[in-house]
Design a binder for this molecule. Structure first.
Ligand code: SF4
Length: 247
């Protein structure tokens, strides 16, 4: 079912200004992550996906607003967008002066990346790949979050993906692990998106005390100054922390 969601944002607070679109996919074939409540935003109809995606992509302004980067998100992996949509994305980039496209996907699709690099390179567009890792704590990531990349080492992941997503603020996570996740993440990857955890039905609980401690910590202040980190907090409704919002 295609949901009524905010599908276009321009993030001009980030050190890497970018327009972000949330497109409709054919569905996530992994579909097991414990924290994921957004995978129902999908359609098995290529036509329905394309008709929504085309309208969303028409909102992209590119150079007109000083943005040359387009961040593509969906309720699955970029490989699960119809290929017709991928053509719209490439056309939009060409028309709007977008020089870099960011594609987000699951590690299981890593061998597909070279195909997408070639596809966008044909129009002189650079591709950046981002992977959801959430944490480098193997037990939490695989046994609790069911993320689906068991045994994958950061050096191996970084051969395919130069950006990663981390997540913090669920029961069972520790501040020490978050610090380790950033140490590892910044060593092996160019850029990190940190999402502050939003609890979902039947998923781990949100640990408000740990989230507050994070916001009060010197680590948070350091991350705010980092040109390689963006923080997203969907539940920061009043934007008290002035961090980006997930879409
Ligand atoms: S891979 Fe992404 S869309 Fe699929 S279940 Fe996990 S978080 Fe949800």
């Amino acid at each position: 079912m295609i949901h009524d969601l905010v599908r276009y944002q321009f993030d001009d607070k980030s050190f890497m200004k970018r327009e972000t679109v949330l497109l409709v996919s054919l569905g996530c074939s992994w579909g097991r992550c414990a924290f994921c409540d957004y995978q129902e935003d999908k359609s098995s109809s290529v036509l329905k996906c394309d008709s929504v995606n085309k309208k969303v992509l028409e909102l992209v302004k590119g150079k007109e607003i000083g943005s040359e980067v387009l961040d593509i998100t969906c309720s699955a992996s970029y490989t699960e967008l119809p290929f017709t949509t991928m053509n719209y994305i490439r056309d939009t980039c060409s028309c709007k002066g977008i020089s870099t496209v960011i594609l987000e996907g699951h590690y299981i699709f890593r061998e597909s990346n070279s195909f997408y690099i070639d596809f966008f390179e044909q129009r002189g567009i650079k591709t950046i790949f981002r992977c959801g890792i959430e944490t480098f704590d193997e037990h939490l990531r695989e046994d609790i979050l069911r993320k689906g990349l068991p045994g994958a080492k950061p050096e191996e992941i970084s051969k395919y993906f130069s950006w990663i997503n981390l997540m913090y603020g669920m029961e069972g996570q520790t501040f020490d692990q978050l610090q380790k996740d950033f140490e590892i993440g910044l060593k092996f990857f160019d850029r990190i998106n940190l999402s502050i955890y939003t609890s979902v039905k039947e998923g781990p609980a949100r640990d408000k005390a740990k989230i507050k401690a994070f916001y009060d910590s010197p680590l948070y202040q350091d991350l705010l100054d980092s040109k390689r980190v963006d923080i997203f907090d969907e539940w920061d409704d009043d934007n008290d922390h002035n961090v980006g919002h997930d879409i």
